[in-house]
Ligand binder design. Structure first.
Ligand code: GLN
Length: 282
């Protein structure tokens, strides 16, 4: 089959399976299998491809049609201009989360110490380390399998970060790690009952443990806002990604815990996405 015919087949198969971005995904998977770029379809659509490439392409199209996320097939996702490895043990980095990283960077100085709670693939922590100087980073996650991915990402990006396995702040208890200048977190925040209504890609293939925020979605925010200050220096900032309807509730939790200068930020879609605040300086 020619390149163009393969693309046509992939696009139809993904459309039939109800994949939202059928044309885009068909093209990206074709480029992934044939190790080509967008130019190939525009300029060389009539070129014959090998039988092996056709077989592989059919295989990945079938997988995508079964609603495996594109990123689980290609094994990577770009975030903050960096390539991150992902698999079924980590949440796929979302573009919405870049807003948290960009805002946190405004408060990040050289040599600061950063804690990323529920680090997953490590994308938030590693981006902050990549775009700052001499900062130190610790990432915590309850999933050892996720931390394997985070460590691989640190290696690929040639960044030094420490990853600790455990439940929220538990790995830091009694450890002589000092205080942090910044804590960032994108914890699980979907209400348990809502998870069944998410897209198949998310609810079938992304780790439930990275999504489920308990009955009201606020379980992790309660824990983090209540415990974080014990690990923060005065004047340090806590940045939390939130679900778009959680700004008020999370800001209230931060206020209750004594945080100051609390702000809510919107994502590129105009939805509330980040709440942050400062540990009192005095
Ligand atoms: N933003 C993710 C989603 O909508 C959820 C991320 C999370 O729970 N932290 O699927």
């Amino acid at each position: 089959m020619t390149y163009g015919e393969l693309y046509g087949y992939g696009k139809l198969a993904l459309e039939a399976a109800g994949v939202t971005e059928a044309a885009l995904d068909a093209r990206l998977l074709l480029e992934h299998i044939c190790r080509t770029d967008r130019n190939e379809l525009i300029v060389h659509a009539d070129r014959e491809r090998s039988d092996l490439e056709e077989q592989f392409y059919r295989m990945v199209i079938e997988k995508r049609a079964a609603r495996f996320p594109l990123q689980h097939i290609t094994g990577e996702q770009e975030f903050m201009g960096l390539s991150f490895r992902v698999n079924e043990h980590t949440l796929i980095p979302r573009q919405d989360t870049e807003i948290l990283v960009e805002e946190a960077m405004r408060y990040l100085g050289d040599g600061m110490r950063i804690l990323d709670m529920c680090t997953g693939s490590g994308c938030i922590l590693l981006s902050l380390l990549r775009y700052s100087n001499e900062c130190e980073g610790i990432g915590i996650d309850i999933s050892g399998k996720a931390l394997e991915v985070a460590r691989e990402n640190a290696g690929r990006l040639q960044l030094a970060a420490v990853f600790l396995e455990g439940d929220l702040f538990a790995p830091l208890e009694g450890a002589d790690v000092g205080l942090f200048d910044m804590i960032v977190s994108n914890p699980p925040y979907i209400e348990t009952a809502v998870i069944d209504t998410l897209m198949p890609e998310v609810r079938w293939h992304e780790p439930l443990g990275a999504l489920d925020g308990g009955a009201d979605g606020l379980y992790f925010y309660r824990k983090i806002t209540a415990q974080a200050q014990a690990y923060m220096r005065k004047g340090a900032y806590l940045f939390l990604e939130i679900g778009c309807a959680q700004a008020q509730a999370v800001a209230a939790l931060m206020q209750e815990a004594g945080f100051e200068k609390i702000e809510v930020l919107k994502d590129y879609a105009g939805l509330d996405r980040v709440v942050y605040g400062m540990k009192a300086a005095e």
